[in-house]
Design a protein around this ligand. Structure first.
Ligand code: IDP
Ligand code: MG
Length: 150
């Protein structure tokens, strides 16, 4: 089953929005399979956001993501990567549709609350950066057949 990495960024944790993010993904029907509160190191931040190393916002992004605790999670489900991206909204909250996390809760691209892996290559790579295999659980939910047609 498809898995994706979701981070509630420091702004989301500081604003008390971690529960809101979790709640929206739970309600969507996705399954939480790993979760931890953590402080991101400089090395992890640079590795995670490596694709953006040449961008002008990179230093600010690294200092922001390492500035306070984040909530790191793995969510699982059919089309989990795409569903999380759609539920998050576009990168810049100014353009995010109402009803999305960023479109309802944010106004600034550098404080957009949440991260979600952007594709089938980045998701396993990012999950591996934040979690050891034994931290990712496999379990049944009794609601599963009510969420996805078996
Ligand atoms: P994504 O988070 O929607 O996948 P990316 O393009 O991968 O967006 O950018 C990673 C993060 O870098 C964004 O979520 C945002 O926090 C930050 N970022 C991207 N573009 C800008 C910018 O132009 N100014 C400031 N921060 C930016
Ligand atoms: Mg991205």
């Amino acid at each position: 089953m498809e898995q994706t990495l979701v981070l509630v960024k420091p702004d989301g944790v500081q604003r008390g929005l971690a529960g809101e993010v979790i709640s929206r993904l739970e309600k969507r029907g996705l399954k939480l399979v790993a979760l931890k509160l953590m402080q991101v190191s400089d090395a992890l931040a640079r590795e995670h956001y490596g694709e953006h190393v040449e961008r002008p916002f990179f230093p600010g992004l690294v200092s922001f993501i390492t500035s306070a605790p984040i909530v790191a999670m793995v969510w699982e489900g059919e089309n989990a990567i795409n569903l999380v991206r759609k539920t998050m909204g576009t990168t810049n909250p100014v353009d995010s549709d109402p009803g999305t996390i960023r479109g309802d809760l944010g106004i600034n691209i550098g404080r957009n609350i949440v991260h979600g892996s952007d594709g089938p290559e980045s998701a396993p790579r990012e999950i591996g950066l934040f979690f050891r295999p034994e931290e990712i659980l496999s379990y049944e939910r009794s609601a599963d057949p009510w969420i996805t047609e078996p």
